[in-house]
Design a protein around this ligand. Structure first.
Ligand code: SF4
Length: 230
């Protein structure tokens, strides 16, 4: 069994609730969405990945192990396009794992939810993906992860054009449809580069307030980009 792997590297997690944790990143090539703000557009093409076996991937991960390693980040692209591969990989590894997913493939999440420790689910605002259908699937995925006891947080990327009231409406919908919203924080992530946000700090605070009516909320930019890390 092989999957198209774009890169394997060691760095610091720069997003979400595990920000600052040393991780080995496994970036899968290929994605089923086309978000307006995608910061790895090249990873959407599965052809760009090198077909890699589980044994080869395990060796590459082992070579990158450091004393401060927290976990393996399974990222993309969309890693759940290769859920069967990930299932076999996780069966053979002792590391803790973080799944970074767009959450749009609930039937694939079901295959591996019992094997992962942390999950970061990107909530796709309809204005960024052109449809409400993705959010319905994300809610299904989040409920599967919660049911399996996975430490899950949600991430919403916002642009300078994003209306706080719109994010608030989506947070309200999520609160009503997620099984344990009090256990599932939301991270607001301002899109990079941060120069775009000069003069827009009040808008970010307003977005935080809107989300805070329904969820525990954090506002965290992409820290690895500030530090010029991968
Ligand atoms: S889901 Fe992620 S990788 Fe896919 S297009 Fe959106 S931002 Fe890019």
């Amino acid at each position: 069994m092989r999957a198209p792997i774009m890169e394997v590297f060691s760095s610091i997690q720069g997003e979400g609730l595990l920000v600052g944790c040393r991780q080995i990143f496994v970036r899968f090539a290929g994605c089923n969405l086309n978000c307006r703000y995608c910061d790895t557009p090249e990873s959407r093409n599965p052809q760009i990945g090198e077909p890699t076996s589980i044994q080869d991937l395990k060796s590459r991960i082992k070579e990158l192990e450091t004393p401060d390693l927290h976990s393996i980040s399974l990222t993309g692209g969309e890693p759940l396009l290769y859920a069967d591969f990930i299932k076999n990989l996780l069966h053979e590894m002792d590391y803790k794992s973080l799944l970074e997913t767009n959450g749009s493939l609930p039937s694939e999440i079901k295959k591996i939810a019992h094997l992962i420790d942390y999950a970061s689910v990107d909530i796709k605002l309809p204005e960024h993906v052109g449809t409400w259908e993705i959010i319905k699937k994300e809610i299904k995925s989040i409920n599967i992860l919660i049911k399996r006891g996975v430490n899950t947080y949600l991430k919403v990327v916002v642009l300078p054009t994003t209306l706080p009231s719109h994010v608030g409406r989506i947070a309200h919908k999520l609160q009503n449809e997620i099984s344990e919203p009090y256990r599932t924080p939301i991270v607001i992530q301002p899109s990079s580069p941060l120069d775009y946000w000069i003069g827009s700090a009040p808008q970010l605070l307003k977005i935080s307030e809107e989300v805070g009516r329904h969820f525990k909320v954090r506002l965290i930019p992409q820290v690895h980009k500030i530090l010029n890390l991968r």
